[in-house]
Design a protein around this ligand. Structure first.
Ligand SMILES: [Zn+2]
Length: 215
């Protein structure tokens, strides 16, 4: 993370030490769920339920075989492969097997609790998704699970950036715009991460804050 900005072993209690701390916290905030609890999950789900009301979830599938055909098409697309490669760059140290498994995802129907609980589940480390055959046989649910399989096993910013691209590419602009409205309404970021302040910027922001406090 931010290797070019981090100070190497600063003394405890120095500004450089606190700046390193700021960098770590900044990074965690940019993609909640990537390191630690998946704190934006419920909010993201709410945005998606609202999408169902305003736009629907796209195509409905009649069989798992039909879903598999769709999934294979998505996984072979340039859009998917490119996003998968980008995510791979940041997770290759944690997930050695990813490159061997490749991008191809297998689909099956729920064996247990069909009709209850989640509409879909993603087993990211197995490149496998499982759908509820009552509630999960639609385009948006499939794309949601595929956004996990790209390499984002949470519901943070990078997951939303991915689902946004997949929605726009495979369900169209209107669906993507409707999803944007729901993310924005809940202040859920879905774009590029924000850059951290440089050490100089951080020092002057800190000085300004202290001045305000001392007035
Ligand atoms: Zn999910």
């Amino acid at each position: 993370m931010y290797d070019e900005l981090l100070f190497k072993s600063p003394y405890h209690g120095t500004p450089e030490y606190y700046y390193n701390q700021y960098l770590r916290e900044h990074q965690v905030k940019q993609n909640k769920g990537e390191r630690g609890r998946d704190t934006e999950r419920t909010k993201t789900y709410r945005a998606e339920w609202a999408l169902y009301d305003t736009n629907g979830y796209g195509r409905e599938f009649d069989s798992i075989a039909e879903v598999q055909k769709y999934v294979t098409k998505v996984c072979n697309s340039k859009t998917y492969t490119k996003m998968w490669m980008e995510a791979y760059e940041s997770r290759k140290e944690k997930d050695f097997g990813a490159i061997l498994r490749g991008t191809n995802v297998q689909v099956s129907g729920k064996a247990a609790r069909n009709g209850e609980g989640n509409a879909g589940l993603a087993y990211v480390e197995e490149n496998r998704i499982v759908l509820d055959t009552h509630t999960g046989m639609n385009e948006y649910t499939v794309l949601h699970e595929l956004a996990h399989c790209v390499g984002h096993p949470h519901h943070g910013r990078s997951f939303r950036k991915t689902i946004m691209k997949l929605t726009s590419r495979f369900m169209g602009k209107d669906a993507a715009d409707a999803l944007k409205v729901e993310f924005k309404a809940r202040k859920l970021p879905y774009g590029e991460p924000r850059k951290p302040k440089t050490f100089d910027q951080w020092i002057s922001a800190k000085a300004r804050m202290e001045k305000i406090r001392n007035v």
